[in-house]
Design a binder for this molecule. Structure first.
Ligand SMILES: N[C@@H](CCC(=O)N[C@@H](CS)C(=O)NCC(=O)O)C(=O)O
Length: 234
């Protein structure tokens, strides 16, 4: 009989230092599992280790394994968890809100943040993944890692501007979930935990609502997020 930890596994991207959990998407799933009080084993994964996740049917992490079931994609994992383990709801009826936040993060925020942090992030990339990462970046952005990383200031300004409505919202509510966090909060926590892991420069000041919100999510689940070393310690 497998223990819950053996039955449930989460493939998560790590850098050259296995303590560097640098994927925003994997953090979403990690927070969702913690919210549901589900124990799991972390499977550190390099982005070139495609053969290890063949059964997921795809080539990206996070991949969640629950017994014989393999689920890939952080959104699909959240929906699977919600359906399979209804206690401690992730959406509480607000699936559309979370879906919007998911798409906003993936399609608007992440490309901007990528430009702002890539120069600091690339040195953390696992040695075995570097060439693949460079080729993928060139294919996707039509620019090399060096070219993109050359102008972080311009990208930083764009990120700060994009975050304006989020800052204004969090000045009025504790969490996007209201009084307590829900999956919409975990999506964006993943984004800013990625920033914390790869960059020495946050996008907000310490008196901002975003700072207050992020700090309380770092402390959630017995400080699971805070136990991740930040860039300065990796
Ligand atoms: N939509 C996916 C995106 C996942 C994703 O892009 N993961 C990256 C790591 S941050 C990855 O595994 N990349 C491998 C590759 O592009 O080959 C999700 O939400 O899970």
């Amino acid at each position: 009989m497998n223990t819950p930890e053996q039955k449930r596994r989460l493939f998560e991207v790590v850098g050259e230092n296995p303590q560097a959990h640098l994927s925003p998407y994997c953090w979403r799933s990690r927070m969702a599992l913690a919210h549901k009080r589900l124990k799991f084993t972390s499977e550190p994964w390099h982005i070139t280790e495609k053969q290890r996740i063949t059964r997921s049917g795809g080539i990206t992490a996070p991949v969640f394994v629950d017994g014989e079931t393999w689920v890939r994609d952080s959104w699909q994992i959240a929906c699977f968890l919600e359906q399979t383990y209804p206690d401690y709801p992730l959406f509480d009826g607000a699936v559309a809100k979370a879906l919007f936040v998911n798409k906003w993060a993936d399609n608007t925020l992440h490309p901007l943040i990528f430009r702002a942090v890539i120069a600091e992030q690339f040195p953390l990339t696992a040695r075995c993944d570097k060439t693949y990462y460079e080729e993928r970046t060139l294919r996707k952005f039509k620019q090399s890692v060096e070219e993109i990383g050359a102008d972080p200031e311009h990208a930083r300004q764009a990120v700060v501007q994009a975050l304006g409505p989020l800052e204004d919202t969090l000045a009025e509510v504790s969490f996007l979930g209201g009084g307590t966090p829900d999956y919409a909060d975990f999506i964006l926590f993943g984004t800013f935990q990625w920033v914390r892991v790869v960059s020495r420069r946050p996008f907000w000041s310490s008196d901002s609502a975003l700072h207050r919100w992020f700090e309380s999510l770092l402390d959630a689940f017995e400080g699971m997020g805070r136990s991740q070393p930040p860039r300065s310690e990796l």
